[in-house]
Design a protein around this ligand. Sequence first.
Ligand SMILES: [Zn+2]
Ligand SMILES: [Zn+2]
Length: 235
Amino acid sequence: MGWFNTCALEPGLFVTREPAVAEMFRAAAVTVLGRDRDLQFDFGCGLAPLRPGLPLSGGPVLAVASHAHVDHIGGFHEFTDRLGHMAETAGFAGLPGLETFVAEFRGWPHLVSTPPAPGWTIADWHLPPAPLTATLAEGDRIDLGDRHFTVLHLPGHSPGGIALLDETDGLFLSGDAIYDDDILDDLPGACIPDYVLTMERLRHLDCRLVVGGHGPEMSRTEMVAIAEAYLRKRG
Ligand SMILES: [Zn+2]
Ligand SMILES: [Zn+2]
């Protein structure tokens, strides 16, 4: 088996993960095939070249990062059109000012269960800068030709966390704004009052299928239950 594992969820919708990476950093990289261009939403940890392992069509690709944490931007530099929220520009560019958790990743015990290449050690890994080529904000549209996504700015987990919603078919790519696992809201850069507002918003969001930044896919009912549990705890 290769380094990446890709699942087809629906026609034109794929989720790629790194099964050998510790659960804390095992994030979902989502591919959506479009008529005019493909969307790649998030980019793994950068432990192996990502792009050749993705089920892309071979046409143009819009690369959108949900936020600048290391487990979501490892292969971002492999793409030329790189979009993300302006609140995290420093993180994407590898500059100080935004926590990307590179040091934690590097020092994580048992980071991988098998190495990505024979003889590999963490000393071989680095996170190449991937400065944004354009910024996204709340309400912006991502146009793939035959389907469109609306950008939602959902801070809390990180200041510039974004999610993408296809309002026509109800597909919601939530990044780390919400996922079916422990919700991390006390990291450097996180903000609980912002997260409460984000969860309040998600609780009322009209969608059908939710692909989170971690954990299994969710129905809307499952997502709402996670948002409401968070609000009971922190709201
Ligand atoms: Zn993550
Ligand atoms: Zn994160």
